[in-house]
Design a binder for this molecule. Structure first.
Ligand code: UGA
Length: 452
């Protein structure tokens, strides 16, 4: 029998969450917030200690507050001890990483490690729920793996519960999710998972495990495709003198298309779209299928990431010795994560070409510095500044990579007055062409009409 805890006036569960990254930690604090008892397990002792002391190990709006409340109310616990985490757990959620391998496939070694650990340590019936993004068929394998290593007669089943949160709005996306997808292979698992999610009061889509796994990849790849499609159209807009902002607006009123993820720019980054599109393409290839649409999204995105450099190269004779302002280092605003951000490719090119880069980001600098420490790199140099306008002082060109509010607040006059040469390449379309022209700033953006 599944062990249940009766708290307040509702039925609450003892839950373990493995992995305190974006997926695991956000799920954990939200489960605690709605009343479950949650123990988080991670191999990283420093991260666990930080969480125990109420400090979120990464920046995410609302996370700190829920973490503190969960600890204060005695519903949230952190440990590196497997036995403590799994003791009495009715459900164990796995939220460990599935990084991309060189061939595009997902690395499932962390999942396998956790599955084996569960099989060897759990002493009561429980449901293991895979939240990490995993290729179709992985849940079947995890369940088999658990059975192979299980020593006693307890019942352990595996369910799929993909995560749809976006970084920067992760807490909101969890507490107010559009839907919760659960993939189960028995009535017992379906009932238990439905019960755990009941207090959220959100729509639950209950399907097979394989369909749940596919929903995650199909949804992310569709969104990536939407962005690449808009980038493709934006590039065509430039050639025919149409404006992508107007085009997107005109499209957005059609609710079959929808208004979200229609922003053309410098390509999608982050830890999800680039990895998941490649993993889906790899899965298709493994099954002898050529997934042409997703492949096209990947190709367009690769080219889009360097579009500003191509624009700048046709305007400038060299980057060598030029002072370049780089605004925004993270893959999007609201996060300190810079994985697969456009800033990486562009800054690394600029440094290779001998530019003096002055970089600004409101929260992403400490992480970005791990990849590009302040100082010399190849022929160039990078300096980090704490105020966006400091990056602009005497700059010969400015690149905008992320649409942070602090960067949006820089006025056309600021560019005009602070820069040596007011020349701006905007990868996020955050400025008005008309206002920039009025301030006599030479301005290049993505897919917009030349006259604005
Ligand atoms: C994405 C999905 O939006 C989530 O639903 C999903 O759960 C998550 O991946 C995941 O699989 O974990 P995330 O990567 O945090 O979330 O961020 P998004 O807001 O989707 O943005 C991804 C990238 O696309 C960013 O680089 C962003 O700048 C870019 N983007 C987004 C555009 O270029 N244009 C748009 O219109 C929207």
């Amino acid at each position: 029998m599944v062990s249940r805890k009766w708290l307040a006036n509702d039925m609450m569960y003892q839950i373990a969450v493995v992995g305190t990254g974006y997926v695991g930690l956000v799920a954990a604090v939200c489960f605690a917030e709605i009343g479950h008892h949650v123990t988080c397990l991670d191999v990283d002792g420093d991260k666990i200690n930080l969480c125990k002391s109420g400090i979120a190990p990464f920046f995410e709006p609302g996370l700190q507050e829920l973490l503190a409340r969960g600890l204060e109310q005695g519903r949230l616990f952190f440990t590196t001890d497997v036995n403590q985490a799994y003791r009495d757990a009715a459900a164990i959620f796995i939220g460990v990483g599935t990084p991309e391998q060189p061939d595009g496939s997902a690395d499932l070694s962390s999942i396998a490690k956790v599955a084996r650990q569960i099989a060897e340590n759990v002493k009561q019936d429980c449901l293991v729920i895979v939240k990490s993004t995993v290729p179709v068929g992985t849940n079947d394998k995890v369940e088999q793996f658990v059975r192979d290593f299980k020593k006693n007669g307890i019942r352990i089943e595996v369910a799929s519960n993909p995560e749809f949160l976006a970084q920067g709005s992760a807490v909101h996306d969890t507490l107010q999710a559009a839907r919760i997808v659960i993939g189960t292979s028995s009535r017992w698992a379906e009932d238990l998972l439905t019960d755990i999610y009941k207090p959220f009061g959100l729509p639950i889509v209950s399907v097979s495990r394989r369909s749940a796994e596919m929903i995650k990849y199909a949804a992310n790849s569709f969104l990536a495709l939407k962005i690449s499609y808009m980038n493709d159209i934006a590039n065509l807009c430039e050639l025919v003198d149409a404006d992508i902002l107007d085009v997107a607006k005109g499209m957005s009123y059609d609710d079959r298309i929808g208004a979200k993820h229609l922003n053309a720019g410098i390509g999608y980054g982050g830890s999800c779209f680039p990895k998941d599109t490649k993993a889906l393409e790899f899965l298709a290839k493994q099954h002898g299928y050529n997934l042409r649409t997703v492949k096209a999204a990947i190709d367009v995105n690769r080219d889009q990431k360097t579009i500003l450099i191509r624009k700048a190269s046709s305007r400038l004779i060299t980057f060598s010795g030029l002072k370049i302002a780089a605004l925004g280092l993270t893959f999007k605003p609201g996060t300190d994560d810079f994985r697969e951000s456009a800033a990486i490719d562009n800054i690394s090119f600029l440094l290779h070409e001998g530019a003096e880069v002055f970089a600004y980001d409101p929260v992403g600098t400490p992480n970005f510095q791990k990849l590009f420490p302040q100082g010399r790199h190849e022929a160039g140099n990078i300096t980090y500044v704490t105020q966006p306008r400091d990056a602009l002082k005497n700059a010969h060109a400015c690149f905008i990579f992320t649409e942070w509010q602090q960067i949006k607040e820089i006025t056309p006059q600021d560019y005009r007055q602070l820069m040596h040469t007011p020349l701006v390449f905007d990868g996020r379309n955050i400025l008005s062409i008309k206002e920039m022209a009025k301030a006599q700033v030479e301005y290049y953006s993505i897919g917009r009409q030349r006259k604005g």
